[in-house]
Ligand binder design. Structure first.
Ligand code: URA
Length: 197
């Protein structure tokens, strides 16, 4: 399993499939525990991530760590990745074409790790994976699509300018990890939104 992930990592590092490869310093593959029950999916790397080649290591990453630690989880316990693996110039939202070009990498990360649940962080991931809009209205909810569970929450960057939202993120992380325990205990899970395709 680790070898397969290493292979994807290498492909991401060398990828030149879209224009973002021309402006990046480093591409940013997912990072963390390949045995994790959950994969966190953000939008795209920012400046710090682009400099170091690691996801969520800037201020937004710090907010994510705070919320995880509040739920008794460390970053090393989980796997963290993004919809798009290279930084869009000036941190603009990645285009549909860029997301489409990059989507196979995330698909493979998910296939290899086989998470019990995917935690969607913010609107870009919500839109890309579930065609959703306005995550603030759906946060805290559990979705099932093609037999894969998803948990919806806000993007950690949203808590930087709105301090009140850190409590929302903390609350959601507690709910997520309680839910994971329930899934492992084979308890019945209440699905809020069921996607039929
Ligand atoms: N924001 C994201 O969506 N991903 C990162 O890796 C960093 C900031």
């Amino acid at each position: 399993m680790e070898k397969k992930l290493q292979k994807i990592k290498k492909q991401i590092t060398q990828c030149t499939k879209c224009e973002l490869s021309k402006t990046r310093n480093n591409s940013v593959p997912g990072k963390g525990n390949f045995k994790s029950d959950v994969i966190f999916v953000g939008e795209a790397p920012g400046k710090n991530e682009d400099m170091k080649g690691e996801p969520f290591i800037g201020i937004a990453g710090k907010k994510l760590s705070i919320a995880l630690e509040n739920a008794g989880i460390t970053r090393d316990d989980v796997y963290i990745t993004n919809i798009v693996k290279c930084r869009p110039p000036k941190n603009r939202v990645p285009t549909i074409t860029e997301r489409d070009t990059c989507k196979n990498y995330l698909k493979k990360e998910i296939e290899i790790i086989k998470p019990k649940i995917i935690c969607i962080l913010g609107n870009t991931a919500f839109n890309s994976l579930l065609n959703g809009k306005e995550i603030i209205k759906f946060r805290g909810k559990i979705v099932r699509k093609n037999n894969q569970l998803y948990f919806l929450t806000i993007h950690p960057a949203a808590t930087i300018y709105n301090q009140k939202l850190i409590n929302v993120l903390k609350k959601d992380m507690k709910k997520l990890f309680k839910l994971i325990e329930e899934i492992k205990d084979k308890k019945e899970i209440k699905i809020n939104i069921e996607y039929t395709s």
